[in-house]
Design a protein around this ligand. Structure first.
Ligand SMILES: [Zn+2]
Length: 150
């Protein structure tokens, strides 16, 4: 599928060593556009809304930050631990910079965890991009559903 110049530039910025050492595409051989289209379909199939999921993740991260690095129980259901590093990361779509905040969110009754970052939440909410399969920070829809939904 043909990509816009902006989409092509974003895909270049996602290569290893441009913004982060690992990059954002993992081991994907698909184009950025095809990854986004595939994951939009996957989210829809699982009944996950991008906006709603981003709002919940932001809430969990902000509550988790109150633990100042120690794990915090949020809403009785999740255990959230956050790490913050100095500096910022640019969005590969070149529309903002984000704090280096990483959170581990565990569904306490299921013992399943996901790792989210401020940038990953923005990529999901604004660009419908969940990072490539094999990327350390990919927000896998199946796993998100298990951690976030009953
Ligand atoms: Zn962006």
């Amino acid at each position: 599928m043909k990509m816009s110049p902006a989409m092509r530039k974003a895909q270049e910025n996602m290569q290893p060593g441009v913004i982060t050492a690992e990059g954002f595409l993992g081991s994907e051989e698909h184009s950025l556009r095809d990854i986004i289209v595939r994951d939009e379909g996957e989210m829809q199939r699982l009944g996950l809304e991008f906006d709603e999921t981003a709002v919940l993740l932001k809430h969990l991260v902000e509550e988790g930050r109150k633990g100042l690095g120690e794990p915090v129980t949020v809403d009785g259901k999740w255990l959230v631990q956050t790490w913050e590093a100095r500096g910022h990361l640019a969005c590969p779509f070149e529309d903002g910079i984000f704090r280096k905040i990483t959170a581990e969110i565990e569904n306490k009754s299921k013992n399943i965890k996901i790792i989210v970052t401020d940038l990953a939440i923005h990529l999901m909410e604004t660009h419908h991009f969940l990072e490539g399969t094999g990327s350390s920070f990919r927000l896998d829809p199946e796993k998100m559903k298990k951690v976030l939904k009953d």
